[in-house]
Design a protein around this ligand. Sequence first.
Ligand SMILES: [Zn+2]
Length: 63
Amino acid sequence: MSSDQKLDLEFAYTTYQDSCRDLYSPYYYCRRPLGHDGVHAAGFGTGRLRWEHQPNHAPHMLS
Ligand SMILES: [Zn+2]
């Protein structure tokens, strides 16, 4: 399975309440499960984004 397919599955099984929600921009937040390993990710297909956590980012700005 590619890492993109793994992310598709994670997104499908993770509800908004259970997701990490690290904010990349006002339009993209991390859709991976809270407490996940590695990079944050959002979006599907060609819109897929991955990013490292920025220490100066306020986490969970959407919650
Ligand atoms: Zn995340």
